[in-house]
Design a protein around this ligand. Structure first.
Ligand code: APR
Ligand code: PHB
Length: 394
């Protein structure tokens, strides 16, 4: 089988938010990239994902020239609610940090980035099969892949592994060269998407003896609800009615009474995990986004960490091409990991504080209750939560 050769400056694996945002930031810096994505664009857009954007991520979408629809349709939230012991406590982000968050579905963000990439004529190969990053420990890395039965070789200066947790990039690194850190939680999140107005203007993070619950939204007419469930629970065991009954039982009475229910348009169970790979650079291969780290969704950090990774990587590559400086690419891993671990800590803390751990009893439960009590009453604790939730500086 003959091999078709191609060339670019940065070969990007994965057309999720990390790969697409990196592609747009590089394009605005005059740096060429080609994205290789194993799935079709429709498939990528079909994934149901969260949608809470830190102000820093919104600025990056502006820098990428892709923020018009986000500004038109995104919902700006000045705060969030914590429901503890049947009472709602409001955390005022704007008063405590001067910052806000924006509710805008990851699917919409991904669509905007795809449209911008197509509009600027940058290349994306969808349904690229068997993508293989090779020779990245030398000065001439290549990406091998098959498309339509033809073998291809893309020569590039650098490879950005933005191919998610199950991607090929991280697994292409020799085991001895990488350290993996992981915490798997003994519960999952059962999520429902429904075309009904949200029960609350702002998100409600709920701690309840029966387990965690979250009330979120995608718009003023589409809501997203989650309840903590057992890892061995099956979606088919949860009718919509059972779901809404359980959700109501975990919410304060007046919130439960205000809940508008309807047929779920999506229902799924997601496991919770904290995961970090170190380092994030292997010669001329860089890892970014879910390929490098996973956070439990309790802190709404997944998408925002992917954004800060590609911000650091784009800056490093700009310095390499425009300033002929290697300082950025040499410092990328440490710089990105510093912010990653802080977001991992916040997401672990939100998860540990707001969920019920099946095995925890006695002393641990008392400590958790004291943590919640302190959070409900302490100005400093609420400001710390707000500071982390709106996003720590880049
Ligand atoms: N070859 C080519 N593409 C691949 C391969 C491969 N071997 N493996 C995976 N991909 C593609 C996937 O199909 C997917 O479209 O890489 C993309 C990775 O996208 P995401 O999983 O969305 O990861 P990322 O872009 O880092 O975005 C992180 O996604 O899961 C959420 O909470 C997470 O919000 C965070 C965001
Ligand atoms: C969501 O809207 O899906 C969502 C919001 C906040 C989270 C997690 C998920 O922390």
């Amino acid at each position: 089988m003959s091999t078709q050769a191609g060339r670019t400056q940065v070969g990007i694996i994965g057309a999720g938010p990390a790969g697409l945002l990196l592609g747009q930031l590089l394009h605005r810096m005059g740096i060429e990239s080609v994205i290789l994505e194993q799935r079709s664009a429709e498939y990528v857009l079909g994934r149901i994902r969260a949608g809470v954007l830190e102000q820093g991520s919104v600025h990056l979408m502006e820098q990428a020239g892709c923020a018009d629809r986000l500004h038109r349709e995104g919902l700006i939230h000045d705060g969030t609610l914590l429901s503890i012991g049947g009472e709602n406590h409001r955390i005022d982000f704007r008063r405590r940090t001067g910052k806000t968050v924006t509710i805008y579905g990851q699917t919409e963000l991904t669509r905007d980035l795809m449209d911008a990439r197509a509009a600027c004529g940058a290349r994306t190969v969808y349904e690229a099969e068997d993508v293989q990053p090779v020779d990245f420990n030398g000065d001439h890395p290549r990406l091998l892949y098959r498309k339509g039965g033809v073998q291809h070789e893309l020569r590039c200066d650098f490879i950005a592994g933005c191919d998610g947790y199950h991607g090929i990039s991280r697994t292409s690194v020799p085991q001895a060269a990488i350290q993996l850190f992981e915490r798997v939680y003994p519960f999952g999140w059962l999520g429902v998407l429904v075309d009904r107005p949200p029960v609350s203007e702002e998100l409600i993070y709920t701690h309840h003896e029966r387990g965690f619950a979250l009330c979120s939204m995608r718009s003023h007419s589409r809501s997203r609800y989650y309840v903590q469930c057992r890892l061995d629970d099956r979606v088919e065991d949860w009718s919509d009615d059972r779901f809404y009954d359980e959700l109501r039982r975990r919410l304060p009475r007046e919130t439960a009474e205000a809940l508008q229910t309807g047929p779920s348009i999506e229902k799924s169970i997601a496991p919770l995990r904290s995961f970090v790979a170190e380092p994030l650079r292997f010669g001329r291969l860089f890892l970014a986004g879910d390929a490098a780290h996973i956070v439990p969704p309790t802190g709404a950090k997944g998408l925002n960490l992917a954004a800060s990774d590609v911000f650091y990587l784009a800056e490093a590559l700009r310095d390499y091409y425009q300033e002929k400086s290697k300082a950025g690419i040499d410092g990328y891993s440490a710089r990105a990991l510093r912010r990653v671990w802080k977001a991992e800590r916040f997401s672990w803390w939100m998860t540990a504080t707001l969920h019920i751990f099946p095995e925890s009893a006695g002393f641990d439960r008392r400590i958790q209750r004291a943590e919640l009590d302190y959070l409900a009453q302490s100005d400093a604790a609420q400001t710390a939560l707000a500071e982390n939730y709106v996003g720590l500086p880049f």
